[in-house]
Design a protein around this ligand. Structure first.
Ligand code: C2O
Length: 516
């Protein structure tokens, strides 16, 4: 090193020694570098101390008796021991999602469903829940694991949640679908996210579920009636099959009392990151109200915190957590779902043409059901040849809690088995957010957007399917719908468990084909 260079460096060091103490005292204690609210401008900042960051693990890689799950059990137990009036207690946190308890305390019943706030609200909720759990566990390294049910080896709920099947296990609850605590598996078609990933648009027009993240709404909606793609599948379906007809997970006012809720939502939150990482135009919403709408949470000291969407768009940078590897990180063709030519361009929202609208008043009662439906052949001419996309929209869905879901098929030839590997498979029907009778879990709370009280809406991209059908010789426009019930796959050593329980009726009022 030359003499000049050494002198220069020592001068720089001297300068730093003088300036640094001044700078830190000006900042004051407790004002960590890089946090929002820092003074802009001035000298370039010295590198901030790297903050701790956490990797949320894949629960399938954890030993049920190992250190990670042991501290999680300790944290859950400590939270459960706190009184319901304490914002850091298990019950208070669960009631923030939804509850029947009255009077409602601050921020209870605030979960966001059926709109583009779904992903952001649940990310914030999990973030503060995890901080509270970490603090309660006494383990500063605790990170909330995710349940990767799309991994064929993980279709039963993790062993730690059902073994031992006793109240002494803080992760066990009896209020789950029959079979779940015996190791029943959720069906493969309940676990795929292939279709959601193909959508490159985060949000869609009010009333449209044709986006990864959901419909745009002007203000928060506790239970909106129009579900975006990732919320419908796998989110809603997993709630429905894990909770069954009378367990907690299928009831939005009880779901967050079941510890599996948080592991399920860590996976949904992870899939948001997986989606972004796929690029190709996938981006977080730029809508001002999505970015700046505030929601209330509580930190580990019980202090109320306001949080906004723009503070949670990047989990690694802003919230200091990432995810261990799971399904979807290595894109690979899944057995189920169309992987080829689904949406490459975003839905533009600027054109919505109803090609067919039919009141079907379908009643589904746990058996395969067929609903006559057709599309004028002339209308199918352009499908697949132009940019627009063709969608099947089911409206006025009163789902209640049947404990099962229905696979939807269109144009399935007579005598062919309804299997999700078939080219006639459209998607699934399940709703999370309604009570037994199909009514809204919290009617009348919200203004501005269509709520569940008119029944729910689900939408499916069928561009490829219609293009395929019309290419068949003698295609007359027949698109008869078939609904196939799917329940849990029961363990073989447990005879007597019903995969499809005596079903509560599911109703679907209207079927539409819409070109966008
Ligand atoms: Cu707010 Cu999975 O629910």
């Amino acid at each position: 090193m030359s003499f000049e260079r050494r002198t220069y460096l020592s001068l720089l060091l001297l300068l730093l020694l003088i300036v640094l103490p001044l700078a830190t005292s000006a900042c004051g204690p407790g004002n960590g570098g890089g946090e929002p609210g820092e003074e802009p401008g001035g000298e370039p900042e010295p590198e901030p101390e790297p903050e701790q960051s956490w990797v949320r693990p894949n629960v399938g890689t954890l030993d049920p008796a190992g250190a990670e799950l042991t501290t999680i059990r300790a944290g859950v137990e400590a939270m459960k021991a706190r009184p319901a009036s304490d914002p850091t207690s298990w019950l208070y946190q669960a009631n923030m999602h939804g509850t029947y308890d009255t009077p409602a305390l601050d921020a209870w019943n605030s979960c966001q469903h059926g709109s583009f706030f779904f992903l952001s609200w649940h990310r914030m909720y999990l973030y503060y829940f995890e901080r509270i759990l970490r603090d309660a566990s006494g383990d500063p390294d605790l990170a909330l694991p995710f349940w990767d049910y799309t991994d064929p080896a993980q279709r039963a709920i993790p062993a730690a949640f059902r073994d031992p099947a006793a109240p002494a296990n803080p992760l066990f609850v009896a209020q789950r679908a029959p079979g779940i605590n015996q190791g029943a598996q959720v069906p493969a078609s309940a676990t795929t996210f292939t279709t959601a990933m193909t959508f490159t648009n985060f949000s869609s027009a009010t009333g449209s579920g044709l986006s990864f993240g959901g419909q745009r709404v002007p203000a928060p909606v506790h239970f909106g009636g129009v579900f975006g793609q990732i919320e419908s599948q796998p989110h809603n379906i997993i709630h429905v099959v894990v909770g069954g007809q009378s367990g907690w997970m299928s009831d939005p006012n009880m779901a967050a009392r079941d510890p599996i809720f948080y592991f399920h939502h860590a996976n949904i939150d992870r899939l948001w990151n997986v989606w972004l990482a796929r690029g190709d135009g996938r981006a977080n919403p730029s809508e001002q109200n999505w970015r700046t709408q505030t929601f209330t949470f509580f930190d580990e000291t019980g202090t109320a915190i306001q949080m906004t969407g723009e503070e949670v768009v990047d989990s690694a940078q802003q919230l200091h957590y990432t995810y261990a590897e799971g399904s979807g990180d290595q894109p690979q063709p899944e057995a189920i779902g169309t992987t080829e030519s689904l949406p490459s361009a975003p839905f533009t929202d600027d054109r919505q043409e109803i090609l067919v609208e039919k009141k079907v008043s379908a009643r589904l009662a746990g058996k395969g059901a067929d609903v006559a439906f057709s599309i004028p052949v002339a209308e199918t001419e352009a499908i697949g040849d132009e940019d627009g996309r063709t969608t099947l929209v089911l409206e006025g869905i009163r789902f209640g809690r049947p404990g099962i879901y229905y696979e939807v098929y269109a144009g399935l030839p007579a005598g062919q088995t309804a299997t999700p590997e078939s080219p006639y498979y459209v998607g699934n029907v399940a709703i999370f957010g309604q009570l037994e009778d199909g009514s809204d879990a919290h009617a009348g709370h919200e203004a501005g957007a269509k709520s569940l009280s008119g029944g729910a809406t689900l939408s499916y991209d069928i561009t490829d399917l219609v293009a395929r059908l019309r290419g068949r010789e003698g295609f007359s426009g027949d698109m008869a719908l078939h609904f196939e019930p799917r329940g849990l796959e029961m363990p073989e050593d447990q005879p007597g468990l019903e995969a499809i329980p005596a079903a509560r009726e599911v109703r679907i009022e209207t079927v539409k084909i819409v070109r966008e």
